[in-house]
Design a protein around this ligand. Sequence first.
Ligand SMILES: NC(=O)c1ccc[n+]([C@@H]2O[C@H](COP(=O)([O-])OP(=O)(O)OC[C@H]3O[C@@H](n4cnc5c(N)ncnc54)[C@H](O)[C@@H]3O)[C@@H](O)[C@H]2O)c1
Length: 435
Amino acid sequence: MKITVIGTGYVGLVVGTGLAENGHLVTCVDRDSAVIEMLNAGKLPIHEPGLEELVTRNVEEDRLQFSTDLQSAVAETLLVFICVGTPVGPDGNIDDSEVFRAAEDVARSITGYRILVNKSTCAIGSTERLRERVAELTSEPFDVVVNPEFLKEGAAVDDFLRPDRIIVGCEDVRVMEIMKELYGPFLRTGKPLIEMDLRSAEMTKFATNAMLAVRINMMNELAGLCEAHGGDINRVREGVAADSRIGQAYLFPGLGLGGSCLPKDVEAGAHMGRAKDVPCRLLEAVLQLNDEHLRRFINRILTFYNEELAGARIAVWGASFKPRTDDIRGAPALRIIDALLEAGAEVVVFDPAAGLRLRQHYGDRVALAPKAYNALEQADGLVICTEWREFHRPDYERMGELMRRKVIFDGRNLYTPKTMADRGFRYFSVGRAPV
Ligand SMILES: NC(=O)c1ccc[n+]([C@@H]2O[C@H](COP(=O)([O-])OP(=O)(O)OC[C@H]3O[C@@H](n4cnc5c(N)ncnc54)[C@H](O)[C@@H]3O)[C@@H](O)[C@H]2O)c1
């Protein structure tokens, strides 16, 4: 099939490339000409493991191309995927204006039947409104589909090519058959394509992220109990996760929700509740708790150094909101770095992928270290914000030699407190007694 994908960000680029990888002819369109120029020059605007190789191969085999010209792209394609950003506004309402703008551009360009597939996360009922808006602008026939995306940055290629499930919200049986045909190759291992109405599909995306957000915050709440009463949250997690009713995923205690999706989707869910007078108290609490847990971690650092933080040199390992991505949107590290800067500390950050984004965000207010150990030189402390693999088993002796003060605040519980104490470190983690 010929397909247009609008938006070449963390979702659109993976979706477009993944569809091309399955033999479809895909044009990825973005209004940002710098991004399209980069892609056409063979460079990726984002860091996502395994993506570059797939992009290169599919471009070389003429199944994937990049353009700013939406009109030409949709001239011949049956399916148009919308993968543009949907940030939340200050009141928690999802801003779907870019989704509407993209759909309006499509409506003004099409010359025959099209299927608009909305992958952007929008408030419940948005796609119905979108259908009304498109119908105002074109007399050409079209259908709309809600097809939420569940990929995780850092594992996005695999998630898209081998999804747990595909959700398709659609009101026409023939369109549903086309979606099944499209996704058939992705579901060969027997994973389901679940059919539903438009609103249920929109809701499923929020419901999934709400569940994950609650789990993360539950663990951080239990971590607080361990800190107050004793116990090691890492052992507790293992014990809880071994229960088949609960399972392993999203139970790691740490710095809380981050990224461009989970926090915003929880916020949007809470807003949708307020808008219809069905308060979502659990979601409201999650937002508040998430903030409190992170503040508790930050306060631990501030309290430890007290006045001495002004002029202290603090190393930060990891800034992306999770490993294997360069995405720092909503990353807890930013809140921590901001607090350190505000207290007058000199901050030196090492992140294997997010350097450029940090530079764009902070300018020269933070120093960027070229390698992990460079960040530690003469440091009065280390804060671990992201669990990149290379931080898991470092050379503790070298760390100790480089640092001025052997103090670690580990937001990801990478090390065992006893090991760190034996090596002469002051070590603070989450949900375990400090040493
Ligand atoms: N990032 C994730 O992990 C993830 C996972 C699942 C779902 N989502 C959802 O997918 C959507 C996209 O997220 P993202 O992280 O890829 O966003 P992003 O900000 O990385 O990318 C959006 C891209 O769309 C382009 N764009 C915006 N408006 C446009 C328009 N009118 N025409 C053409 N291009 C336009 C932007 O230039 C940008 O390159 C959001 O609704 C998000 O909530 C994201």
